[in-house]
Design a protein around this ligand. Structure first.
Ligand code: PMP
Length: 428
């Protein structure tokens, strides 16, 4: 599915007075709706409530007899690593089960790379005059914040519908040794919903890089988050890198945040043996081991890979109607006008809406005044700056389907008004 570009000229003339009147009526409704962040709904969280009782007194031993209440086991519980290995496409012996949040693992890995030379590297990144990361856009704002925290300069690269523009990526990484990494959300990407094609993954794995310690920050946060029966496949990146002669190129991250409890699940980190040795030596200075009791309840809740996929089906039953609501309302309210385009994702948590260039911040402001909270315009771009001011990230998971419908009708009113204002300005 190609990423939609910003529509420019309304296909149908928009009547500014009518759009204003519609908006006044929307204000009078006094809505209070929120489509800002991709949080699971309460119903989704309820699906995992067995976690709250799965470890009872006298039952805290793992399969190998380890007492999970005690220190140790930096690599995490083997039975849980085995279940998630297949889903994250990492051999179990190369997958660590970590703490409660993959973002924290990403932060740690970046911090460690700043201060300790990576396998294949010449010096810690903090000793370079500049460190740059490619960031496919629109992307995940927390990746950008995290990189900015370490003074990493972000270089935007366009997404194409099957991953980043690889001609551009290859050109940049071949020429510039300060480019040390790229942020990738390779499956059901946040926010465009796209999945990297086999060709994209192979090119990322094989491309020559000027930096000897270049890394793919492979955030597979939505590995099993299908919205249709069509389960999209991703090429296993560690294998592709090894086959291309770059076994240390990928850092794979994932978590159960949107599988069980958001922020109270289990994070995973997968990579080559050399990278894991590098990471584990540093992690052992940070902690004596992860929360194995939480890992144990997850291992009991998910006795097999199949059980995770079945659980995700129940998430899908809750999420699909909300995504359908977004699509149906946009299609009915904006489709005939030609002033907006949007993604119809096969998985993940987001819809990307493109409005006419110069309109997205206006739409978000209008929506806010009407009681509909949207992700700030530009949030999916580094520095919060969308050069076209045309992208809006919609996150329909948390409200009910009826609330999503009401919110989207309101958003459509705001898009029509902003587009009518723009058309009037250009006419005047
Ligand atoms: N990566 C991506 C792409 C995400 O969308 C999210 C959640 N919004 C996260 C990471 C956060 O994951 P965790 O809770 O494991 O830190």
């Amino acid at each position: 599915m190609p990423a939609p570009s910003a529509p420019t000229v309304p296909a149908v003339a928009l009547d500014l007075d009518a759009a204003r009147a519609e908006y006044q009526a929307l204000l009078a409704e006094g809505l209070a709706l929120d489509l800002t962040r991709g949080k699971p709904s309460g119903q989704q969280l309820d699906l995992s409530d067995a976690l709250l009782t799965l470890v009872q007194p006298g039952e805290a031993r793992a399969a190998d007899g380890t007492d999970c209440r005690n220190y140790g086991g930096l690599v995490g519980l083997p039975e849980l690593r085995a279940v998630f290995a297949e889903l994250l496409q990492v051999p179990a012996e190369q997958l660590l089960a970590c703490g409660n949040a993959s973002l924290q693992v990403m932060y740690d890995v970046l911090a460690h790379a700043m201060f300790t030379t990576l396998p294949g590297g010449e010096r810690p990144w903090a000793q370079e005059s500049e460190v740059r990361f490619l960031c496919p856009v629109p992307g995940y704002d927390r990746h950008f914040t995290l990189a900015a925290r370490f003074g990493v300069t972000l270089v935007p690269v366009a997404l194409t519908g099957e991953g980043p523009d690889m001609d551009e990526v290859e050109r940049l990484v071949a020429a510039d040794p300060s480019i040390k990494g790229i942020w990738c959300v390779p499956k059901y990407s946040n926010p465009t919903g796209e999945t990297y094609s086999e060709q994209t993954v192979r090119r990322l794995a094989a491309m020559p890089t000027a930096a000897p310690d270049f890394r793919l920050f492979w955030d597979n946060a939505y590995a099993v988050h299908h919205l249709t029966e069509d389960r999209v496949e991703l090429l296993p990146v560690l294998q592709a890198c090894a086959e291309a002669g770059h076994p240390d190129r990928a850092f794979v991250f994932g978590s159960t945040s949107k599988i069980t409890y958001a922020g109270a699940g289990v994070a995973f980190f997968g990579s080559s043996t050399a990278n894991l040795a590098w990471y584990s030596a540093l992690a052992s200075a940070q902690t004596i081991g992860p929360d194995k009791v939480n890992q144990l309840r997850h291992a009991r809740f998910f006795p097999s890979t199949q059980s995770v996929l079945e659980h995700m089906e129940r998430h899908r039953e809750l999420l699909a109607p909300r995504f359908a609501a977004v699509h149906e309302v946009l299609e009915a309210e904006l489709g005939p006008l030609g002033i907006a385009s949007w993604t119809k994702p096969l998985g993940g948590y987001f819809v990307s809406l493109q409005v006419p260039a110069g309109c997205s911040s206006r739409v978000v402001r209008l929506a806010k005044e009407a009681g509909i909270a949207l992700t700030p315009a530009g949030a999916a771009f580094p520095g919060g700056l969308d050069p076209q001011d045309s992208h809006i990230r919609l996150a329909p998971s948390f409200p009910s389907a009826a609330e999503v419908r009401a919110a989207m009708r309101g958003v459509a009113v705001c898009v029509r008004l902003a587009a009518a204002e723009l058309a009037a300005q250009s006419a005047g």
